[in-house]
Design a protein around this ligand. Sequence first.
Ligand code: IDC
Length: 544
Amino acid sequence: MQERKIRKTLSFLLASCMMLSLSACGSKVTSSNAENNGKNTDSSIEENDASSDKTSSGISESSSGSSGAATSGAGEKSSVYVDFTPTNSWDGEKGKYTQYDVTVYNNESEKITDWSLDAECPADMVVDQNWNTTVSVSGGKMNIIPADYAKVIEAGGKTEGLGIIVADSTGNPLSKYQISYSLEGASDQKTATGISGENSSDSIVTAENNSENSNVTNSTDSDSKEDTKVAVSNNTAKVTNTLSKLHVEGTSLMNEKGEAVRLQGISTLGLAWYPQYVNEETFKSFKDDWGINIIRLAMYTQEDGGYCVGDEANKKKLKGLIDKGVKAATDLGLYVIIDWHILSDGNPMTHEDEAEKFFDEMSRKYASYSNVLYEICNEPNGSNWKSQIKPYAEKIIPIIRKNAPDSVIIVGTNTWSQDVDDVISDPINEKNLMYTVHFYAATHKENIRNKAKKALDAGIPVFISESSICDASGNGGLDKASADEWKKFINENGLSFIEWSLSNKNESSAILVPSCKKTSGFTDSDYTDSAKYYRTWMRENAGL
Ligand code: IDC
């Protein structure tokens, strides 16, 4: 026992030194773990000596369990380990921001039924955003608790879609951690400490997966070359101001004349929250002044006032607003998206029954409206393309198609509509579908464009049904350099795009400034900076 304790203390000291040397050289955040390409297979776990020594970071070396607990010290190979993979970094209001994917690997032979994680962090670190997790920071220690659905990690599996955005004055990477976990069938809790990246290299695994995936498309080689050609010919897609029945060919939206077209427009905020902008005069202002040709009607499902959390009267009110919005758009010659705005519901199956009834009713009502597009799940998150999103879509699409056979249907993708590359190996076998990519330019950058590009190259049609140039909270500073990159990408690939959102809420993604109480006839001083950016861009596209 004594010898083991000394070994553990030594390895812990080694880990602390690594941590110190990382901070000392002020190393920049990089997203590569390429040096650590060996997957850990050592599943030995040492008995814990139940000491409760704390390091200065507050991360305990030993188990928090009282009996039969086990730990693996930092620097030792562990069968359960964690990677904080930086995917983005930028400077902002609260200091140096870093976005991480947080991945927990389970190489035990049993599934993990619950876990929580502590990480050492700079004392001034704040959490800006987190997804599929609850995160708290105090005294140089960050505590991460997974959302219920992310607690279970299959034997040999890993977590998916967990992430955080943090800010601090140093920008030094998160590294040292302690994870506590319970294995199925075991009553004690185990812990393992470690250094991010020492056990695995997710980037290498992903690269391998990717090349596999691109071979498993449902199109032949010559098909995908065809599709690539269509994607390139998208460059000539025009923003048109006349309505024509649309269809999807290759990766392009096409009009009845067989010309590639682009849609550009704005999304409402929650219909329940800002109903004053759902009318013909408001839409007309944007058609005339911005050259929009589409409006997205965002109807939240689970947030406050949402379709699935209110009573029948609330449903009726929301459907009334959709009706008003569709009629106004149609009278103005605009396309319109009916958006089933899932968000905190995460998995689109959460309200599948309601979605079935809703889309049946909508597609019956608007069966003869060729300008109506259906977006069936805004932003799945913590969800799974193969087992949840795709099966959900395969239920809803036939319901819509029974009433409106040729309609264009937009399908959301996992991780807040970022993982469009999931579709490549497993597309839905239906025509006239597009798949979403959403971006908030201050948060989402090249990594998301790469996913979109990969999808387009594989013949997957991409539609940007929501975007802004602030951060993913819908607020925060604008990142115009990143916005310019997105603009270039969207224009080069002839993609359709929509700005979030039509309101005067006090947040930087709002189109109108809070002091603007008008609902039409807007002038420059009524627009926020994000709105001005999109207005200029859309006017250029529309030739105004
Ligand atoms: C945000 C709104 C904000 C509202 C919040 C509700 O901007 O006013 O309080 O939703 O949770 C999305 C979502 C979209 C979010 C937006 C900004 O589709 O509903 O709107 N966002 O966070 N995905 C990425 C960012």
